[in-house]
Design a protein around this ligand. Structure first.
Ligand SMILES: Nc1ncnc2c1ncn2[C@@H]1O[C@H](COP(=O)(O)OP(=O)(O)O)[C@@H](O)[C@H]1O
Ligand SMILES: [Mg+2]
Length: 454
């Protein structure tokens, strides 16, 4: 029987104005391209409305802990990023550029899980035989993995009997019959995701949802989905390099700074346990412009190299190009170096890169960026086994940072010989003084004096 078409309207994402048909310009706020198709839901009868979470207000002491049921994905690196395993009934979004390896990673996880669970791979992008070809290439034998090649999300529900894990590859390729807009539009992506959420919460099925990120924004990016998801992971890396970083940007069941490091090989994606090859270069210490900082990401501390290049600007306005650190932060640090330490950078282009494609958002890497820039400026390399960390303030003072002990102990473990720490953190790391030279730094100037002028 043909389903009666649901009533839809177009709603402006900016101001909420609605219209029965699509308009390029919102008549209410005047913004362009903001009208998104949505389902019109009939108003509920108030007397029939039931409270969603079962009613009355209670004291907090009466609330019982919910024990999250976690399952291992078979890859400890992936479990870590999720906060210790896959939580039953959660929605996990895996975003990333096309071709980065999202399908590969999820195929591997699905085949591991299908050993003793019922797993469904809802492939909207690739045919069943393409997925099979991939499992053969990766030497997986997921005989019990269920696969369906379909694009209509409304067909999914009837296939879910007994299924515990479901992979949707990808959210941009699926559509629901309720909306007339094409697959991948903001309205479709949002409606499909909320359907999946209702299924996940209602039936306790865990969903892994693949979302492509495009630079042009032609497809609705995973950004519009983030608030619906329990966990949002980004799979990143340079396409030509083999290393991939899985980052958690939202997690209702764990730490959001957690990262996992993987390597893309012919046999699939394998977790990396020795990071030194990923975040530190072979030639560090030979050329000026690089500094190493122990960065804390989630529960883990790892040494990351920051490389900088200072070049004479060929145009009137100097360029500042940071990769892996915030643009505004770089501009601020350059201003501090100019004003407080007398480095003339106003007519130079400055490029900064955190090795391995990692994103450093911590303030503790400030001092390392400054020392890498000073090293490039003076043309003097920093010793291979010297690490630097500390937050830099506008007055040029170096502030204390968290996890100081852990950072120093990581440097000791990696065989470093000297570490520059904020003077205010000195007390907590005195016990390492016999294993590594710990130098207290009170001002950025002190760092420059210690590294380049002694
Ligand atoms: N036949 C193949 N042999 C070796 N590597 C392959 C093959 N097919 C795909 N790959 C690798 O896998 C990557 C694509 O992974 P995939 O999981 O399909 O990406 P995504 O799902 O994120 O778009 C490609 O970038 C390529 O490096
Ligand atoms: Mg894919």
């Amino acid at each position: 029987m043909a389903k009666s078409k649901a009533v839809t309207q177009f709603v402006c994402c900016e101001c909420g104005a609605s219209s029965p048909r699509w308009l390029g310009k919102c008549p209410s706020c005047g913004k362009f391209n903001t009208m998104v198709e949505e389902l019109v839901k009939p108003a509920e009868n108030k007397s029939e409305r039931k409270a969603v979470y079962g009613g009355r207000a209670r004291p907090l002491s009466e609330i019982k802990f919910e024990n999250y049921n976690r399952t291992s994905s078979g890859m400890s690196e992936f479990d870590n990023v999720l906060g210790g395993g896959i939580v039953t009934g959660s929605l996990v979004l895996i975003g990333g550029d096309p071709g980065i390896g999202k399908s590969t990673l999820l195929t591997q996880i699905a085949s591991h899980l299908s050993n003793d669970r019922k797993v469904l791979y809802f492939s909207a992008e690739e045919s069943c035989s393409q997925v099979k070809l991939r499992t053969e290439r990766l030497n997986l034998n997921p005989d019990r993995l269920l696969i369906i090649n379909e694009t209509c999300i409304d067909c999914l529900e009837s296939e879910l009997d007994g299924v515990e894990f479901c992979i949707i590859d990808s959210i941009q390729a699926v559509y629901t019959d309720d909306l007339s807009s094409s697959a991948g539009s903001v309205g479709q992506v949002r409606e499909c995701a909320s359907k999946l959420m209702r299924i996940a919460k209602g039936r306790g099925i865990t969903f892994f949802i693949v979302g492509h990120v495009t630079k042009e924004g032609a497809l609705a990016g995973p950004k519009v989905l983030e608030h619906i998801m329990d966990t949002v992971l980004y799979f990143e890396g340079e396409n030509q390099e083999n290393f991939r970083i899985l980052r958690s940007v939202k997690n209702r069941f764990g730490n959001v700074q957690e990262v996992g490091v993987f390597e893309m090989t012919g046999e699939g994606i394998i977790p990396v346990t020795d990071y030194s090859g990923v975040f530190l270069s072979e030639s560090r210490g030979e050329e000026p412009g690089s500094a190493v900082t122990p960065a804390q990401t989630g529960a883990r501390c790892m040494n990351v190299e920051i490389q900088t290049l200072i070049a004479k600007t060929s145009f009137g306005v100097p360029r500042r190009m940071p990769l892996g650190i915030d643009y505004n932060k770089l501009v601020l640090l350059i201003a501090v170096l100019e004003k407080r330490c007398g480095l003339a950078l106003s007519s130079s282009d400055v490029y900064v890169n955190a090795m391995g494609g990692i994103k450093l958002s911590e303030p503790s890497c400030d001092l390392a960026v400054c020392s890498a820039l000073a090293s490039a400026y003076y043309g003097k390399p920093i010793d291979k086994y010297t690490a630097v960390f500390g937050e830099v303030g506008l007055t040029g003072e170096v502030r204390a940072v968290s996890y100081c002990e852990k950072r120093v102990s990581e440097c000791v473990k990696m065989g470093f010989k000297k570490v520059l720490v904020p003077a205010k953190n000195m007390k907590s790391v005195l016990k390492y003084a016999d294993k590594i030279a710990v130098v207290p730094i009170l001002y950025v100037n002190t760092m420059i004096k210690n590294l380049f002028k002694d």
